[in-house]
Design a protein around this ligand. Structure first.
Ligand code: GAR
Length: 210
């Protein structure tokens, strides 16, 4: 039976597309069961529609405007996710930090992709931060999410990492394009290892099962 993925995305959704393509090409024996976006402009929604995948647009703002807390929004999203009984929840450019109540409920099943070699350049501007720092290499990290708030996002056990060179004439666009190319290979591969139960987590360390 195909494994079920729920994908959260806030932007262009090129990583979502990489997952959709990997499923279609059977590199990933899975299906994207649901896509959740939180920004009206997120092209990820269009990608879901084109692939015939159910999509929900669930912005945080109306909750706050109605006097609710961020945690209420996260609890609501957790219910939506739980209904799907997913094997993996993939944060593919998801620009919202879940409360621990969400992360603890799905602990060990939430994967995140980050456009830098963690622990260098955490946060929402990893590519421009790496360029500004003048590093000669940066990269891509795919990791599990740990509870613990903002810091946990870029701090969980690392599944896969790959180095990406930074060239003297790079600008943010050229470096981003090189990083995205690696992400689109690494994220589906990490999801594959996870859903095929090839990974063992020991504290911070993720190892391939023998
Ligand atoms: C990706 O580069 C991803 O690594 C990054 O957002 C981009 C989304 O691109 N995520 C973060 O920076 C998380 N801290 P996409 O919408 O085209 O998949």
């Amino acid at each position: 039976m195909k494994k079920r993925l729920v994908v959260f995305a806030s932007g262009n959704g090129s990583n979502l597309q990489a997952l959709i393509d990997a499923c279609a090409q059977q590199r990933l024996h899975a299906e994207v069961a649901l896509v959740i976006t939180n920004r009206r402009t997120a092209y990820a929604a269009e990608r879901a529609a084109q692939a015939g995948i159910p999509h929900r647009y669930e912005p945080l703002r109306p909750w706050l405007q109605n006097g609710k807390e961020r945690a209420d929004y996260d609890a609501y999203l957790a219910e939506i996710v739980a209904e799907q009984q997913p094997h993996a929840i993939v944060l593919a450019g998801w620009m919202h930090v879940f409360a621990d109540l969400f992360i603890e409920r799905f602990y060990g099943r939430i994967l995140n992709v980050h456009p830098a070699l963690l622990p260098a350049f955490p946060g929402a501007h990893a590519i421009s931060d790496a360029l500004a720092y003048g590093v000669k290499v940066t990269g891509v990290t795919v990791m599990y999410i740990w509870p613990g708030g903002l810091l946990s996002y870029d701090n969980g056990p690392i599944i896969l990492q790959e180095v990406v060179p930074v060239y003297d004439d790079d600008d943010e666009d050229t470096l981003a394009a090189r990083i995205h190319g690696v992400e689109h290979r690494l994220l589906p591969e990490a999801v594959r290892l996870h859903i095929e139960e090839k990974l063992e987590v020991h504290g911070r360390h993720v190892r391939l099962r023998p």
